[in-house]
Design a protein around this ligand. Structure first.
Ligand code: SF4
Length: 522
């Protein structure tokens, strides 16, 4: 399906409606252009606490948070009521981020392995030793034309790291965020030319949910869940969930259908056929904004009757028909999907089948339907950007599995806030590969704690937490208005830990003294 003549909403003209903490970004930490006054007092001393707005970076949602300090001590984290996405709500992980900073188990110094790999024997080394070892290896790989043997495992987005990697040529990049949504991105890209679409559930009357569990996890977790709850409680929206298990979201739905595993796509196609057969499809949208005609679709959907879907899925044909009619008539309606149907074999096709329901009701750029993410235009001015930076961003690969399948040669594996030995779906393979010093001659891990992966490393670097450094984040906005989040330090670094941007600068400078990843103007 191609995008044809999709008009932008008029409020897009307002450009950046939100720049979190702009005043603070100009050098006055703690000032913030608030609408609601943010005040707090210590529960023990009743003294006023200092409130500093910043951005949570523990998941892609990028919630606005307020860090409260008693003197210099971080004592509480709450949601920022003025943030347009999360509107004051945050999850337990956001609240618990206080422990990241204050944890006594935090890594404090760069460490070098002294015993066998995985033995846990380390000795402290200086940052200078780290920089010269790493820059020598990178220089050799670049000079010998084998920079593809440099693997970066990125557990958190960092715009400066991306620019640094781009300046090296084409290292292999494992981007954990992209990997998590591979099938979803593939499905949407093939249908609308964009890897992401946002669901305007806050304005929907009918939400058909195939395998998503937004009350437990979602890319925009709290912001999305709050809108869904608001639509249900304030506007009486219906939520219907298909899931093999009674998930947190299924349990809160108006109806739950435990379709047999792997059959969601067939159920969606049977609903699509019902909508077309009953003449309920948005013919204007199909004829003018897709590559199909209604008669094409009718013949393509013909094999997927509700009765055949019942035999495959166990969901009654009469329920499939009734839900399809409700979806097409109780508008605005939206079909959403999640890992329950995408993170499997056929995940891409499942996502395409569910997406078809949205196109049949003309659900693109519609209130209560789907819309393209509006990201802020935060890319630096190309003219001012260093000539050292080529446009490519390296070579993104499909994780450790791809390294093993292609028997890729590896010189250096750099893991940044990623713990594949614990979190890869096949974590035992990851452990085997990273524990093999012939397959991975040099393993360097940068993290806040001595993780399972760090235990195998040749060099371990202490990372700053997101509460100790600067950053920009352009989280997708659920209001359709671009958001540019500023992350500012709320506590100073008490240890030699450094945000990765410091090594990105320093290693870059060792390689090339004129290295300037942000452009000469910055
Ligand atoms: S949803 Fe994500 S960004 Fe928001 S508070 Fe929780 S961890 Fe942080």
């Amino acid at each position: 399906m191609k995008r044809k003549g999709i008009s932008r909403r008029k409020f897009m003209k307002s450009g950046f409606a939100w720049v979190a903490g702009t005043a603070a970004g100009l050098g006055s930490i703690g000032k913030f252009p608030t609408k609601k006054k943010i005040k707090a007092v210590s529960r023990t001393s009743l003294k006023s606490l200092r409130a500093i707005p910043t951005t949570c970076e523990q998941c892609p949602a990028g919630c606005g948070i307020i860090a409260y300090l008693d003197g210099d001590r971080l004592v509480q984290i709450l949601g920022n009521p003025n943030h347009p996405n999360n509107r004051g709500g945050i999850c337990a992980k956001g609240i618990a981020a206080i422990n990241l900073v204050n944890d006594t188990e935090r890594l404090l110094h760069p460490l070098k392995r002294t015993g066998a790999r995985g033995s846990g024997a380390f000795t402290q080394i200086s940052w200078d030793e780290v920089y010269s070892t790493l820059s020598e290896r990178i220089r050799e790989m670049m000079e010998e034309g084998r920079i593809s043997e440099f693997v970066i495992d990125k557990g958190q987005d960092d715009s400066l790291l991306d620019r640094f990697l781009a300046s090296l040529g084409a290292p292999r990049i494992i981007d954990r965020h992209i990997l998590k949504n591979l099938n979803r991105r593939a499905a949407l890209t093939s249908m609308v030319g964009s890897p992401a679409l946002l669901e305007d559930v806050g304005n929907s009357r009918t939400v058909l949910n195939f395998g998503a569990n937004p009350f437990s996890n979602h890319d925009l977790f709290i912001s999305f869940a709050r809108r869904l709850v608001h639509a249900r409680v304030e506007k009486g929206a219906k939520l219907i969930t298909f899931d093999v298990r009674l998930s947190e979201t299924a349990a809160q739905s108006d109806a739950w259908y435990p379709a047999k595993a792997g059959t969601d796509g067939i159920v969606a196609l049977a609903m699509a056929r019902t909508i077309v057969d009953k003449g309920l499809a948005d013919s204007n949208f199909i004829e003018n904004k897709t590559d199909f005609t209604l008669s094409n679709l009718k013949s393509l959907l013909d094999p997927y009757s509700p009765q055949s879907a019942e035999r495959e899925s166990g969901v009654k044909a009469s329920d499939i028909e009734r839900l399809a009619v409700d979806f097409a008539t109780q508008k605005p309606s939206v079909a959403i999907f999640g890992g329950g149907i995408t993170d499997h074999e056929n995940g891409t096709q499942n996502a395409r089948c569910v997406s078809l329901l949205n196109w049949l009701v003309g659900n693109l750029e519609q209130e209560g339907g789907l819309f393209f993410p509006r990201l802020s235009g935060r890319q630096p001015d190309k003219e001012k950007q260093s000539q050292l930076i080529p446009p490519n961003r390296g070579n993104t690969i499909r994780g450790i599995q791809e390294l093993e399948q292609t028997k890729a040669r590896i010189d250096t594996y750099f893991s940044y806030l990623s713990n594949p030995v614990y979190s890869e779906p096949d974590c035992q393979s990851a452990a085997r590969l990273l524990n093999n010093d012939k397959a991975v001659p040099f393993l360097i891990v940068m993290d806040t704690h001595l993780t399972e992966t760090a235990m195998l490393a040749d060099v371990v670097l202490p990372a700053a937490t997101f509460l100790e450094g600067w950053g920009l984040n352009s989280a997708p906005s659920l209001n359709g208005i671009p958001i540019l989040n500023l992350r500012q330090p709320v506590v100073s670094l008490l240890s030699p830990a450094r945000a990765l941007r410091s090594p990105a600068f320093d290693v870059g400078k060792l390689l090339e003294p004129s290295f300037q990843p942000m452009g000469e103007a910055v």
